[in-house]
Design a protein around this ligand. Sequence first.
Ligand SMILES: Nc1ncnc2c1ncn2[C@@H]1O[C@H](COP(=O)(O)OP(=O)(O)O)[C@@H](O)[C@H]1O
Ligand SMILES: [Mg+2]
Length: 249
Amino acid sequence: MTPSDPVIRLENVYTAYEGADRPTLTDISLSIGKGEFVVIGGPNGAGKTTLLETINGMLAITHGKAIVCGQDVRGDGVQVRCRVGYLLQNFAFDPLTPFTVEEVVLMGCYGTIGLFRKPRTEDYVEVKKALHLLGIEDLATRPIGQLSGGQQQKVLMAQNLARNPEVLLLDEPFSNLDMFAREEINRLLARLVGSGITVLIVSHAFDDLPDRPVRVVVMQEGKIVVSRECPPKEVEQVVRSAGKGALHA
Ligand SMILES: Nc1ncnc2c1ncn2[C@@H]1O[C@H](COP(=O)(O)OP(=O)(O)O)[C@@H](O)[C@H]1O
Ligand SMILES: [Mg+2]
């Protein structure tokens, strides 16, 4: 991969869930450069989560080409997932989950540690750094299942950062967060993007976006209907206008 190559390149991609008789995503083409901040909008069921799962190599691509971090997603999803962080939508731990926050964050390093190797000193350093970035060092020894939804979301974000991802996929990360936590996470995202990480975020909350150009991608019925760069203040308007277009179509 040369520096000018996009970090994510999808060409005419179709994606189908197992057992489905037709593809959920149809004819998706998207090119995202290193350090871009991408906001994905669109109504429920439009295919936003499916798009993130496609980029992360979790779904069958039935047609088209998908290259992420220089790897062919159709060929080596595992290699892609080592370099991509993915925060799932609406994920919650069972109250009896037998792991502490520190252990959950350490699991983020497994892609680089290897599943059955002992964690190295540098892995614990990454864990500490990630807990610090999210401001949750004080939760390190708490059982994960006993934390609030918002606290769990921060822990999962730390878990993703602990592996030093090149790309970060965030599926509605603000859903459980109060406004202070949202502002904090947005500030953190601005720093991550500034350091060269490519961030794709599915969200319905467009306040306090990082003060930098944003690429807005709007999805409807499994297709991308808008993909363009705009200032952060205009994101909501772009998503709204695309939605109105659909209602009147
Ligand atoms: N596991 C699944 N199996 C089959 N169809 C699914 C699955 N998950 C989602 N879908 C369907 O794919 C479409 C897009 O869903 P999704 O990507 O979750 O939408 P969004 O994230 O935009 O709300 C919806 O029609 C949904 O019903
Ligand atoms: Mg979704």
